[in-house]
Design a protein around this ligand. Sequence first.
Ligand code: ADP
Ligand code: ZN
Length: 554
Amino acid sequence: ESAAKAALREHFGYEEFRPGQQGVVEAILAGRDALAVMPTGAGKSVCYQVPGIVLPGLALVVSPLVSLMGDQVRALLDAGVRGAYLNSTLTPGQQATVLRRALAGAYQIMYVAPERLADPRFLEFAREAAIPLVAVDEAHCVSQWGQDFRPSYLAVGDFIEQLPNRPVVAAFTATATERVRRDIVRLLDLRDPYEVVTGFDRPNLYFGVERMEPKRKLAWIGGYALAHPGDSGIVYCSTRKDTDKVHAALVAAGVRAARYHAGMPAAERAESQRAFIADDAPVMVATNAFGMGIDKSNVRYVVHHNMPGSIEAYYQEAGRAGRDGEPSTCMLLWSDGDVSTCRFFIEQESGNEELTLEEADAVRASRRRLLEAMVGYCHTTGCLRRYILKYFGEDEMAPAEARGRVQEAYVALDEPAGGVGTPADGCNNCSNCEGVFDAVDVTNTARAVMRCVQELRGRFGKGLVVDVLRGTKSARVLDLHLDEAASYDTVDASAAQVKEVIELLAAGGYLVITEGTYPTVGLGPRAREAAGEGFSLTMKKVVRKADRVRSAGA
Ligand code: ADP
Ligand code: ZN
């Protein structure tokens, strides 16, 4: 048995590493840098504590969470690990004692705040001590693109450079974007790091997507809540108005529902929250203002009444279901109107912030990309779980046995342009794996759309593009003499179908749609590829809906 496994059992009482942990531990022990992206609770600490125990010398853990260091070290001491911490909560005398003992080899693991690394006295200490490993927790703090940039993290790289023997450097974070990851590698100067993204899969959650006209949504949600009496659930709405409306409808239908949004008085919000947590009102109807820091483990379903603006936002909100590990349902109801609303917000919002024009443009472009990935989720015929995991950069799903239920019936499907994930190895626990689809080939229509947008030079909105392609003699088309365009009347399909093809092309990055005062459809970053030989596009056509999507609805 390896020393690492022995340490895991002896000190932490676990028989096995979790998937992901083992690779990081082995890389570190083999002397290789590492970058691990794991959500909170996935077990990052074991990844550096076990090597810290096994390796001779003193492993440093850089962490911004000064207030937690005491607890972390106490837990280590309880586990029979010689741990220590050095931060500003200690008196200068205590700090000197810790450093003296550390030099004498008293500790295996020491937590320090990043500010400490820039302190010359600490550097002097570190140059004398034997430091085989520097583990950087919350490593995204080093990136300006992350949520919590801390300039003190920039000192980590300098610090390591000044050590006489370069230690192994291992970085840990729960923030997944590619850009932040690249920043971590660059700014911490990780050398050929072993990279792993893991733990994002929530096997007990069922994911469902259903396109639905707004007026049907209410009936569906009411039907779902009544069909699952006693179950705790959250219904997320994008506006306060919708929240009030859905809440009123549920209450009228006899559902004990609470309501939460930022427009309510604080006392009312607090009471809603209390009633929900206590299961007096098992169903919560809320905007995204609700949920931060709420840890209710028995939430059996999260239904989205509208499409959120990004996969990050969706997964965070949906992820509030099933914290107790029991099978739970995450259902997204969406309509074209939701997409337009999101686009509209993107064009409006960043206009009034104090940004330079270029910065505002960059913000809008990045939000559009986030939204298009969300739209892609709604359109994909591939496995929804795979789509999410790929989005976060995780390749592997948890084994099928871990899921709520396994079904053998499965129809292989093609994926649309923007889609990721291969349904052939789906999860059998999402509405795409469960449902039956036809993948309709719309490549020719897609090519015609691309030609038309190019010809119109991105000056017009979706409706006009559709009219031109279908050869409509509308006043606007005739006024602009677009009936003379080369792409006029080149498509034989319904307006709805052409619109959907435009949406798919946007989701795949071939087009960019804006929805401001002057809505436009323009060429996207991947427009060139659509002209190539290998290009093809298929559209999801539902043949048989997943049972769970069907059952609760009207
Ligand atoms: P993170 O730092 O990623 O938020 P933690 O390191 O705090 O996560 O670990 C989360 C929980 O998982 C802790 O209760 C920890 O004891 C537990 N845990 C970690 N590794 C294992 C393992 N290999 N087997 C079982 N439980 C584990
Ligand atoms: Zn699936």
